[in-house]
Design a protein around this ligand. Structure first.
Ligand code: ZN
Length: 247
């Protein structure tokens, strides 16, 4: 089965549509979403409705949580907080309710654990360093764990039988990675709507559970469209500009 893996869409509809178009040729049969559907971007309602229509298996992200009032927006920086409050006003009752029902604890699908931040701290922890990845190994039981939150597509592989030998690997778009159950791994598809690896294109992944491959993908999208909508909505200039740089 091929599965479309989305994370950190951040209310960027142009990026989401570009990904869905790019992914069409893979004829995926399911969608998994690793959280942060809203926050930062100008189209929260449209993005929640679009994702909802895909009937995904999904977990909640920290921005989703803040928007539904499950945590204090004070935990965010000034700009992110502004957008959280702005977003809250723009979501329909249906969308707020749907976000409210997303699980906060990791969910398991076959050989994969799905979470936003990390299996140890599902909403908040960033798996950016091998040491953090290693510390999380005991917190999931499946061979593989999928995370988002950092907005950087990458992969941490554990040498079989070792808790401590972790190889951090950057992934290359279009180059499939073979998954081997003997080597457990934490994989991140990157961010659809706000990439932070200096590549401004939307990031996602296709998981093929029959061939046991993970295919990182990038899709160009009309960044200026999203930026124009952000400007029209009066969203913070720094958040508008960073989309140009993928940072
Ligand atoms: Zn995010």
């Amino acid at each position: 089965m091929r599965i479309l893996i989305l994370s950190d869409i951040h209310a960027n509809l142009a990026a989401l549509e570009a990904v869905l178009t790019d992914a069409q040729s893979f004829e995926y049969e399911a969608v998994w979403c690793l959280g942060d559907i809203v926050g930062y971007g100008p189209e929260p309602e449209e993005c929640v409705a679009r994702v909802r229509s895909l009937k995904p298996r999904a977990v909640v992200g920290n921005h989703d949580w803040a928007v539904i009032g499950r945590m204090d927006a004070e935990d965010f920086n000034v700009e992110a907080r502004r957008v959280v409050l702005w977003t809250r006003q723009r979501l329909s009752a249906i969308s707020l309710n749907w976000l409210s029902n997303l699980p906060h604890e990791p969910i398991v699908e076959g050989d994969f654990t799905l979470t936003h931040g990390s299996p140890r701290d599902p909403v908040w922890e960033y798996v950016v360093y091998p040491a953090v990845a290693a510390a999380n190994l005991a917190h999931f039981q499946t061979p593989f764990c999928l995370v988002g939150h950092t907005h950087v597509p990458n992969l941490f592989v554990f040498a079989a039988g070792s808790q401590h030998k972790v190889n951090a690997m950057r992934v290359r778009p279009g180059q499939p990675i073979a998954l081997e159950k003997a080597n457990r791994a934490i994989l991140n598809p990157g961010s659809v709507g706000q990439p932070r690896d200096s590549d401004p294109r939307a990031a996602y992944a296709i998981l093929d559970t029959e061939r046991s491959t993970w295919l990182p993908r990038r899709a160009p999208y009309p960044i200026e469209v999203t930026q124009a909508h952000m400007r029209a909505a009066g969203l913070p200039e720094r958040l508008i500009n960073r989309l140009d740089f993928g940072w």
